[in-house]
Design a protein around this ligand. Structure first.
Ligand code: GLU
Length: 459
């Protein structure tokens, strides 16, 4: 058994990245590989998607050309190869990444994922999305992302612990409570964060050991985590959907929705939306798809998926393949798995009114155009799934102040922050007569442009 959350993916590619830039706990490695050299493995690179989105907004708002140059690149890129002893006594080598995109608004912030697809190009893109996401949410963080290229389901819990600790050690003080703060992402969870915290605290000088609990967020509650962090991303998705429904004069009662990915984000969004009266009618994950027009009980499905490793062959519904799943007529589609799921090819299949992006980067630029032309509403990832990092910020604040907020306080503060961001994006889209993704980027880039103008460029 493993301790990782088996967050769901809809594509798994095996590939090895050959890059190695840094072999251990050296301080703050500088950028090693320019984004233009990112390895494009199949189709478009993910960083190209970010760049296309960025350019669209930068052109529209006439972003300052110097600020544009800075934001078009990541700041630091760390690649570590490290050995871990396996249960069979042999050593296996792992490749880990941490990309720090920008810290103009505050310490670098973003998750760590364990997945076979993790590679430099993907991590760069995810790091940039964190910069925009924190800026849209108005929280004082920059953007980063990292991970290890591996399939965690292949390892035992003690092996995962050793892999995690050795990775944290290799990152060394390239992470830190006031410098770069990791959090859970695909296939990582509170337990993994606790191991990272413990490794970090055990390897800094003794007098610093008690002052760095906020080096990671998404920790278990007893280890300094925040209540409400586990469900925060899904909760944020639901808060934005509620705002959308209110704006449209619609009731969520009786609305139908479909979810791709049944890990932390997808399963929480499904449970919370069902509690508001909406009906979950189809779910797809890496193992397969299931559909039931009368509705699927999200709690029952979660229990099943935990036992069986996914939703495949869930008995209270019919099996559907990927195309059937994507074509399911529903009011709302929540992609909550991996990137590039809605493409120029798959976007025409959708039969929904709203796409609410629980995942990072699920829609590529070609698909954006298709959705726009088809009049399908879209709540973009950098707004829709920002609940996770917003509550990470709350956890970080509680740690710094030695406070413990209750769930009512966390939820109320999350609701206020994400609905405020939602309304700003909505109003900006109207003001500029543009789509919501571009509007969200304009808000983020305006904040970053302002701070660069105020602070200037060193020296
Ligand atoms: N991994 C989450 C995300 O993509 C949360 C990041 C965080 O809490 O720092 O937004």
């Amino acid at each position: 058994m493993t301790t990782a959350i088996h967050d769901t993916q809809t594509r798994i590619r095996e590939e090895r990245s050959g890059e190695s830039r840094n072999n251990g706990s050296q301080r703050r490695a500088a950028a090693a590989v320019p984004p233009s050299e990112s390895p494009v493995v199949e189709g478009k690179s993910l960083y190209q998607n970010v760049t296309t989105q960025f350019n669209r907004a930068a052109d529209l708002m006439r972003l300052d050309p110097d600020v544009r140059k800075i934001l078009a690149q990541t700041k630091n890129e760390l690649v570590v190869n490290f050995p871990v002893k396996m249960n069979n006594g042999h050593v296996e080598m792992f490749t880990g990444y941490r990309v720090q995109h920008n810290d103009a608004l505050g310490p670098f912030k973003g998750g760590l994922r364990f997945h076979p697809d993790v590679r430099l190009d993907e991590v760069r893109a995810l790091a940039a999305w964190m910069t925009w996401k924190c800026a849209v949410a108005g929280i004082p963080f920059g953007g980063a992302k990292g991970g290890i290229q591996m399939d965690p389901s292949r390892y035992s819990a003690p092996e995962l612990e050793r892999i995690t600790r050795r990775f944290a050690y290799a990152l060394g003080d390239n992470i830190g409570p006031e410098y770069d703060i990791p959090a859970p992402d695909v296939n990582t969870n509170a337990q993994i964060m606790a191991w990272i915290l413990d490794t970090y605290a055990s390897t800094v000088p003794p007098h610093e050991r008690q002052r760095n609990i906020h080096v990671v967020t998404g920790k278990p509650i007893e280890a300094g985590g925040s209540v409400g962090r586990d469900k925060a991303t899904g909760q944020g998705v639901v808060y934005t959907i509620q705002e959308w429904a209110t704006d449209k004069g619609l009731s969520l009662e009786g609305m139908t929705f479909i979810v791709q990915g049944y890990g932390n984000v997808g399963s929480w969004a499904a449970r919370l939306l069902t509690r508001l009266g909406a009906r979950l009618i189809a779910v797809e994950d890496v193992t397969g798809g299931v559909r039931h027009p009368e509705g699927i009980d999200p709690e029952d499905l979660l229990r099943y998926a935990r036992v069986h490793g996914g939703v495949f062959r869930y008995p209270r519904g019919e099996f559907v393949d990927h195309i059937m799943f994507m074509q399911t007529p529903a009011d709302i589609f929540i992609p909550a798995a991996m990137e590039n799921q809605i493409t120029g090819q798959t976007a025409p299949w959708l039969n929904v009114r709203l796409v609410a992006e629980g995942a990072n980067g699920p829609t590529d630029p070609d698909a954006d155009e298709v959705l726009r032309n088809r009049g399908i509403d879209l709540i973009p990832d950098i707004l829709c799934n920002s609940g996770g990092v917003i509550v990470s910020y709350f956890e970080w604040l509680q740690n710094k102040r030695s406070e413990f907020w209750d769930i009512e306080e966390v939820d109320a503060k999350l609701h206020k922050r994400i609905t405020t961001a939602y309304r700003k994006v909505r109003d900006k889209a109207v003001e500029l007569d543009t789509d919501w993704r571009t509007a969200a980027y304009v808000i983020a880039l305006t904040r970053l442009e302002t701070v660069y103008k105020e602070r200037g460029i060193f020296p």
